[in-house]
Design a binder for this molecule. Structure first.
Ligand code: ARG
Ligand code: ZN
Length: 881
């Protein structure tokens, strides 16, 4: 690595700021070739600070045009200006510091700070983008009220928006106009937002629990006005749900959602002015999949819920990011569970955790839910901070129960309203509300890695006593070699011949929560412990980690007979799903070891039969019948050795083929009975039915010409993107190349003007394993449907290739690694956040026996580049350590 190495920042070095900013006045003058930002910061020295303390303001890529203190221009020896800071000394205890910065939004490609997206001015300040707008103590523990004046060209920018309430608007000379916004709630700079441009509105109203009327406004490009209804509905449902479930009411008279095409992440919770990636707002049957509709609902909810969990109560420092993100993801997951199917949501979240978060936990970027250090905070908007953080909050909910948890959340909001606090403060509120001591539980915040529970059992037939011996171990992770025991809620039951058995746990009163006494939450909190169940009539099969009650791996030596019993008869749908997955995983492992094996394991056959013939939620049924993903199988394989992606791919093909043939009639029946004939609606019933019919279609087309033509017909008759894409993927996999190409061309002809649909078109081709994927991706990089500066396009093409086309990404000559490396190289300068995110698959080099050397070589080549961004530098240096 060259050049000066970026600095590591440590949680242990946190110091409260020497100055607060109580009031911030900003005046923006937006022009085509530059913008001016005039700031008036009303500062006040903190009680703990010395009289000579320096006021440290962050500022990057700003040109200083004016600097004054209480109206007097500052002499050059009173301040120091560098690439990253403006430091002012010799200050009175309070006063007003005035600056003018000249900035260039039109050439800001990092999409951080103030930038332009298709002509629209917009901002992204979290985590540290505000410093690219003006000089400011850009840290979340400095909270200020904002008064914002925006001037711009009246025709180019009819809409001028910022946080809070509009207090004034007026015309200015020269076809310009002005809007003045005032946000009465103190907020950290990362929640600041500004939008200026030509947008169209969809408006609605919401009456809060206390009868206040709130204007809800979604702003999009005019062509997209007809795609906002779903987001608006989702917003209203979120607002009602947060009142009912968490007692949280909205606190301003207006709430905006603005959709922009160029956006690094999904969306951003700026106070009363949420800014969204278009992909997370706009919904229409032809351009949005069922999963897309659900994602929009959950992201709209997520950002809305941040108004309390994030904005009213915010983070003291960025190490506490999970304070707002883990809690808010928990809240949006509960919302989705309440709106749809609880067990489906649990299965899908568990899939994400086990496939992606466990891999992160086991990789070189492994970090705790509350990291202790970082180089670039943008690298820590991770599955660990978000999803594992939410699992930690869920475990608190499980340990406390709904009532005490709600009391704890009320106490937290009440106690810390208007403050910037820590994860410890959150847990303290839970402790104080419940009377429980959670000090051991807090290890979940500081310890990285995925704990593994090893569970063995013993049956004493004479006494009717069944004993579970549970031991836990968390593997070493970078910088953390010794791990302590965690507090793990292990939800379980015991399955007998006729169903789940009544449980009597030695030394414990029956669980009052479960009326039928067949469900327990064991508290695993020691390296080793035993749980004895007495009075049992027969030797049971343990049903473990019900509802994915903790983010852990479980090792119990199930026989296939036991797995079959759980699939067929257990009460818990997560366990049923997981048990069928385990049966499939072991069939796949056998196929990998013995590629020419032909017969399907009769127990797996029986299990699939059981699932097909029972009346379950079709959406859950669909998840059960789907093969485990290549990514999940690679994660499992690398946990116990090295992953062979080519072997995994072939084994999956073989199992798919075997299941397709064995159950051909079943697939036909399922397809015929669940195929949706009513016009498309993104409602739970239809979504579930479509999912199941589409799984069936996929099997029907596997290795079968008739099935392929059925899929092609399905493509043409589809009235929605979900079916069209399933059919297209199936045809590309199973059909001949000419048919595949004709559908690709047809799709393009239909949707070339719909950029969100085009993203799917790019992904489908990037993921297509037939033919020369690398050449195809390279050609698409030159296609007009691609845009090398748009994060959605980059993710759709390059991200999809590297993450969902393992056999070509891991081509033996390293051409896949090189392709990704080249894209990262360009993005390193253009958009460091996206560059470093895109690198993830390469950082997992150690999981692969065959690719490791070439993957490392590509990382090394990148690490020799001049001027690495801190984002990319951090990922490279940790991956190569
Ligand atoms: N706070 C946003 C959310 O979770 C994420 C924004 C982060 N953006 C970024 N560029 N790091 O809803
Ligand atoms: Zn969030």
């Amino acid at each position: 690595m060259r050049d000066a190495q970026p600095k590591t920042i440590f949680l242990s070095e946190y110091k409260a700021p020497d100055y607060g900013i109580s009031y911030t006045e900003l005046h923006f003058e937006l022009f085509d070739d530059h913008s001016l930002v005039h700031a008036r910061l009303h500062f006040k020295r903190s009680d703990h600070a010395s009289d000579t303390a320096t006021l440290v303001l962050n500022g990057q890529e700003l040109e200083l045009q004016a600097l004054a203190l209480d109206g007097e221009t500052l002499a050059s020896d009173d301040y120091e200006l560098s690439d990253d800071f403006l430091c002012v000394s010799g200050l009175p205890a309070s006063g007003v510091l005035e600056t003018t910065a000249r900035i260039y939004p039109q050439s800001n490609t990092s999409l951080e700070g103030l930038y332009r997206s298709r002509g629209l001015f917009c901002t992204q300040c979290e985590a540290e983008g505000f410093r690219k707008i003006t000089w400011f103590p850009d840290r979340p523990d400095v909270m200020s009220t904002y008064h914002v004046t925006v001037d711009a060209d009246a025709r180019q920018c009819p809409e001028l928006l910022s946080n809070g309430n509009l207090v004034q608007s007026m015309e200015l000379p020269g076809d310009r106009h002005r809007a003045v916004w005032d946000d009465p709630f103190p907020k950290p700079s990362y929640l600041f937002a500004l939008v200026a441009g030509n947008l169209s509105r969809v408006e609605d109203t919401f009456i809060t629990m206390n009868g206040r009327k709130v204007r809800l406004i979604i702003l999009v490009e005019e062509k997209d006005l007809d795609k906002c209804a779903h987001a608006m509905d989702s917003l209203k449902r979120s607002m009602r749900w947060d009142e009912e479930r968490f007692g949280r009411e909205y606190d301003l008279d207006v709430f905006h959602i603005v959709a922009v095409d160029d956006f690094n992440m999904g969306a951003m919770e700026n106070k009363s002015l949420n800014i969204f990636n278009t992909s997370c707002v706009l919904a229409a049957p032809d351009t949005t999949t069922d999963a897309g509709y659900q994602r929009i609902e959950s992201i709209v909810a997520h950002e809305y819920f941040h108004n309390w969990s994030g904005n009213r109560v915010t983070c003291r420092d960025w190490f506490q990011l999970s304070l707002k993100e883990g809690f808010t993801v928990f809240r949006d997951a509960e919302f989705s569970a309440d709106m749809g199917s609880r067990s489906l949501k649990r299965v899908e979240d568990a899939m994400v955790m086990r496939t992606l978060q466990f891999a992160e936990d086991a990789g070189p970027m492994s970090h705790p839910v509350r990291p202790a250090s970082f180089i670039e905070i943008s690298n820590f908007y991770t599955l660990t901070v978000y999803e594992k953080g939410a699992e930690v909050v869920r475990m608190l909910h499980t340990l406390l129960g709904e009532e005490d948890f709600r009391r704890g959340s009320d106490l937290y909001f009440d106690r810390h309203d208007g403050q910037a606090v820590t994860c410890d403060d959150f847990v303290s509120a839970m402790e104080d509300a419940s009377g429980k001591n959670l000090s051991d539980f807090k290890r979940w915040y500081s310890q990285a890695g995925t704990p593994e529970l090893t569970i063995r059992d013993d049956w004493d037939a004479e006494q009717g006593v069944y004993t579970l011996s549970v031991s836990q171990e968390t593997p070493a992770t970078p910088g953390q070699s010794d791990k302590e025991a965690l507090v793990i809620p292990l939800a379980m039951g015991l399955l007998g011949e006729a169903g789940n058995l009544r449980l009597t746990l030695d030394g414990e009163a029956p669980d009052p929560e479960s009326a039928d006494n067949t469900h327990r939450i064991l508290i695993v909190d020691k390296p080793e412990q035993e749980f004895r169940f007495s009075g049992l009539p027969e030797c049971p099969t343990p049903s473990l980690l019900r509802g994915f009650s903790a983010p852990v791996r479980v090792d119990y030596p199930y026989t296939r007979e036991q797995l079959l019993a759980l699939v067929s008869r257990d009460d818990d749908e997560f366990v049923r799903w997981d048990s069928l997955q385990q049966l499939m995983v072991s069939a796949l492992q056998e196929l990998q070891a013995e590629p020419h094996r032909v017969s399907l394991d009769p127990l797996l056959e029986e299990a699939v039969n059981a699932i097909c013939s029972q009346s379950l939620d079709p959406a859950v049924q669909a998840d059960m019948l789907r093969l485990p993903s290549e990514t999940y199988l690679a994660e499992l394989a690398s946990h116990s050795g090295k992953a062979d992606v080519h072997g995994i791919f072939r084994a999956r093909q073989a199992l798919r083929q075997a299941l397709a043939e064995t159950f051909r009639e079943r697939w036909q029946q399922l397809f015929d009975s669940y195929r949706v004939t009513a016009p498309y609606a993104a409602i739970g019933e239809q979504i579930g039915a479509r999912a199941l019919a589409n799984v069936a279609l996929d099997y029907l087309a596997t290795g079968d010409e008739q099935g392929v033509s059925l899929a092609a017909q399905y493509y043409f008759s589809a009235d929605n993107l979900t079916n069209r894409l399933v059919a297209l993927r199936t045809v590309l996999r199973e059909g001949d190349a000419a048919l595949g190409d004709s559908l690709i061309d047809d799709f393009y002809a239909r949707f070339k003007d719909e950029t969100l649909a085009m993203n799917h078109w790019l992904s489908v081709q990037a993921e297509n394993t037939s033919g020369d994927s690398i050449a195809r991706v390279r050609a698409l990089m030159e296609h007009p449907a691609y845009d090398s500066r748009n994060p959605n396009k980059i993710r759709a093409l390059i991200g999809a290739f590297a993450n969902a086309n393992a056999v070509h990404f891991h081509k033996h000559d390293g051409a896949g690694y090189r392709l990704l490396g080249e894209v990262v190289e360009t993005l390193n300068e253009q958009n460091p956040q996206i560059a470093s995110r895109l690198l993830t698959p390469l950082t997992r080099w150690n999981n692969y026996a065959q690719g490791a050397t070439l993957m490392r070589a590509e990382l090394e080549r990148l690490s020799e580049l001049p001027s690495l961004s801190p984002d990319v530098y951090e990922v490279l240096s940790k991956s190569l350590a």
